[in-house]
Design a protein around this ligand. Structure first.
Ligand code: AMP
Length: 395
């Protein structure tokens, strides 16, 4: 009997899911969907791979429904759409695996205990990721669950790339740079190996530019450095997060502006980045369309900082063979790719405008010294693959 896997990516107010069938090594996505507005006005849409809407639902007065309520209904609905396959597991995106979890792992009570201890390191994501695991356990206690970690891909980075210049005792406690977006980077590394093995063997920067944004320096398909660090606040300017910031600013806000730690956390995670600078929106599409000069300044800062961080990663790599754009902005925003590449022209990067405009797989000009590529990321597929492999290994 063919097997099926559901993948879940739970945020504070949303739950992304996808259903994959796996028959031997054959591996296909059947359904993808999202519940948005959890806690306010929940709204479910699920589509087949052709984009046809299979179901759409709004819950009246659904503001007090929990992840558990939604997952019960979702899994019942999924049961009717398995097409004869057996649902053998749920794979979750878990943002933080800490210092120890460098591989996907079957969920057990002791794993959950260890992952809960990491909540302070990823307060924006980890509690919701774990809530979804607990909700599935509550409504389907016999369904196997696998946690896939966003930190895992960076686990083998050289120690010098992960060390913070703080007293050693703190480093020994795990206060170090972890890096995130690893599920996406692993997908891109594998895809690049399929479509351009020569480039994949070389020195590549992957720019995951979405609401959250980071860069990863890869050598031979392995992460050697990345812009996010101890938390997903570090590095690039993001939709609502500040990116790299002088720690002295934080001391100033705490000591002289009387901010509480909670207020500071909200400022850095939710009120900074593109929305903080523009005062208009955290959404890149809205900023690119806005006539407001502050929106232009936010976009300028976004691209300036990408180029600056990319320069640092070129130094970590000792050169550059390829630059890959991915995620919502990286895959769709022609002008952002152009502005970033213009700033990196000193590396011998030049774009073919027409190829960039149609989001071609290769967008560099023939004379560019660096290959520039656009590759769609697919974190759900990566999670599904890991989940099936983990469960099959354990059988
Ligand atoms: P993600 O977090 O990967 O879903 O990416 C979300 C970001 O991608 C948002 O800032 C969107 O505005 C941006 N985005 C999506 N499509 C486009 C587009 N066509 N042009 C510019 N930005 C886009």
């Amino acid at each position: 009997m063919p097997q099926a896997i559901i993948t879940l990516n739970a945020g504070s107010s949303s739950l992304k899911f996808a259903l994959f069938s796996a028959d031997g090594d054959d591996f296909n996505q059947i359904i993808a969907g999202k519940i948005e507005g959890i806690g306010t006005a929940p709204h479910l849409v699920a589509k087949d791979t052709g984009g046809k809407v299979l179901t759409e639902h709004r819950w009246r007065n659904g503001f007090n429904l929990t992840h558990e309520d939604f997952l019960r209904q979702l899994l019942d609905w999924i049961d009717d759409h398995l097409g004869g396959a057996e649902l053998i597991g749920a794979g979750h995106r878990v943002v933080h695996g800490g210092a120890h979890f460098c591989q996907p792992a079957r969920v057990t009570p002791s794993l959950m205990g260890a992952l809960k201890a990491l909540i302070p390191l990823a307060p924006l994501h980890q509690p919701h990721n774990l809530a979804a695991i607990e909700a599935v356990a509550a409504v389907r206690p016999h369904l196997a669950q696998v946690a896939c970690f966003d930190t895992a891909f960076h686990h083998d980075q050289p120690a010098v790339a992960t060390r913070l210049a703080i007293p050693r005792a703190l480093s020994a406690e795990g206060v170090k740079r972890y890096g995130f977006h690893g599920i996406s980077y692993e997908f891109i590394a594998r895809r690049l190996k399929e479509i351009n093995p020569v480039l994949a063997a070389g020195k590549v920067i992957v720019a995951h530019l979405g609401n959250g944004a980071s860069l990863c320096a890869m050598q031979g398909g392995r992460s050697i450095d990345t812009t996010m660090g101890f938390t997903a606040l570090d590095g690039l300017v993001m939709g609502t997060r500040c990116g790299s910031i002088d720690p002295g600013v934080l001391l100033y806000l705490l000591q002289h502006k009387g901010m509480t730690p909670e207020e500071l956390s909200q400022l850095l995670y939710d009120q900074s980045g593109l929305v903080g600078v523009s005062g208009v929106s955290s959404d890149m599409r809205a900023l690119l369309e806005s006539p407001d000069p502050r929106a232009r300044e936010a976009v300028e800062l976004f691209t300036y900082r990408i180029a600056r961080e990319a320069g640092a990663l070129v130094s970590s790599l000792g050169g550059l063979d390829g630059l890959v754009f991915t995620a919502g902005i990286g895959e769709n925003a022609v002008d952002i790719r152009r502005l970033v590449c213009e700033r990196l022209a000193w590396l011998g990067i030049s774009l073919e405008a027409e190829a960039n405009a149609r989001h071609a797989a290769i967008i560099n000009a023939p004379d560019s010294r660096v290959v520039v590529s656009v590759i769609s990321t697919d974190e759900e597929r990566m999670i599904a693959r890991h989940t099936i492999e983990t469960l099959r290994t354990l059988v």
